[in-house]
Design a protein around this ligand. Structure first.
Ligand SMILES: NC(=O)c1ccc[n+]([C@@H]2O[C@H](COP(=O)([O-])OP(=O)(O)OC[C@H]3O[C@@H](n4cnc5c(N)ncnc54)[C@H](OP(=O)(O)O)[C@@H]3O)[C@@H](O)[C@H]2O)c1
Length: 330
């Protein structure tokens, strides 16, 4: 948030100071997040029921957070889902919960995506369970905030191994087998808005997610001829235990985050699940190589140089306008 101080009626005295003080929002007439009322989330499944009948979907990291929400939506729409990550007990619990609600089978397969051999064995298991999937969502990731001067080589390797190498191992292993079997598929990668801009304090994640985007855009061009589509969703902040406990452990950044999001709220897992379902469905069969930012406007809000002027009140604008009108020449 920012506050504009008028110390005299001189343009040069306009100073913008970052504050975490919520009193400011009273003065602008916009309480923090109040505009969220204009943008209520619709959370029921958007596509017609049965849109994924007879389709198999693999969701990495599908046991928790956003992956779990995507699995629930695809399962509700008729898909047979396979969720894969390291913690089998978590996966099994999620699989049972979703499948008991939707009536469609959800399979849990243990897999550490950092290990290419484990990925290959996981795909063997998937082939035996359901056959090769029609929908692949690379959602598994790791991340934490850390000043880059404190990063160890091991920290760098852990994050880039999960995010970039893991996505590549899963994508290449499945891609090769699908090509051999002459079967097309939709691949979706979940990245982040800072994959494009980069971001301090999450440098291994930013670097690896940028790599994932390059991988998916490249394969969109190369593997269309085999019937494969590759798309990318860049989510803005959506509260999940996994992400928020490592990115905002005290909860202090959440309010600042909401203040700079033009739609005045965080996203919800069900909203991104609907988008992921659409992108992965045949309704989007002409969509490939797309990078979809889904962030309530956060990215453009952070990027625009003058956006902090949102805090200027109508009275302050009258003063500013008068000062600007009085200015003659350069
Ligand atoms: N939530 C947000 O605000 C946000 C914003 C931007 C982007 N994203 C992206 O959204 C995706 C989902 O994040 P989330 O918020 O839902 O967090 P999350 O619940 O922590 O999900 C991450 C998942 O990745 C799995 N995983 C981690 N390491 C793995 C490995 N080596 N092998 C296989 N699976 C592994 C985890 O399962 P196991 O522990 O069982 O392995 C977990 O289910 C991530 O790609 C994240 O970067 C989230």
């Amino acid at each position: 948030t920012c506050q504009v101080h008028f110390e005299s009626s001189n343009w040069k005295s306009l100073s913008i100071k970052r504050l975490t003080d919520s009193r400011l929002h009273g003065s602008t007439g916009l309480r923090s997040g109040s505009q969220a009322n204009f943008f209520p989330p619709l959370e029921d499944a958007m596509l017609p029921s049965g849109s994924f009948n007879n389709r198999m979907a693999l969701i990495t990291g599908g046991g928790t957070g956003l992956g779990r929400a995507m699995t629930a939506t695809l399962s509700q729409l008729g898909a047979q889902c396979i969720i894969a990550s390291r913690k089998l007990d978590v996966l099994q619990r999620t699989a049972e919960e979703i499948s008991s609600q939707t009536g469609n089978k959800v399979h849990a397969v243990q897999c550490d995506v950092r290990d290419p051999q484990a990925v290959s064995q996981c795909v063997d298991q998937i082939e035996a369970l359901t056959g090769l999937p029609d929908v692949i969502i690379n959602n598994a990731a790791g991340n934490f905030v850390c000043p880059s001067e404190r990063l160890s080589p091991n920290a760098w390797k852990t994050i880039t191994d999960i995010v970039l190498n893991g996505t590549a191992f899963v994508t290449l292993e499945l891609g090769k087998r699908l090509i051999q079997n002459q079967k097309g598929a939709s691949f979706l990668a979940i990245t982040t808005i800072y994959a494009e801009s980069g971001s301090g304090f999450v440098v291994p994640s930013a670097s690896a997610k940028a790599g994932v985007e390059a991988l998916y855009k490249s394969l969109a061009a190369e593997w269309g001829r085999y019937g494969h589509r590759f798309n990318i969703i860049q989510p803005g902040p959506i509260r999940t235990k996994g992400a928020f406990s490592r990115l905002d452990p005290t909860g202090a950044f959440e309010k600042a985050m909401i203040d700079r999001i033009p739609t005045g709220r965080l996203g919800t897992p069900a909203e991104i699940a609907n988008l992921a379902a659409y992108v992965s469905s045949n309704y989007a069969s002409w969509m490939s190589g797309a990078v979809i930012r889904f962030d309530g406007g956060e990215y453009v809000s952070l990027a625009g140089e003058f956006n902090e002027l949102r805090s200027v009140t109508p009275d302050q604008w009258k003063l500013l306008e008068a000062m600007i009108r009085k200015t003659k020449g350069s």
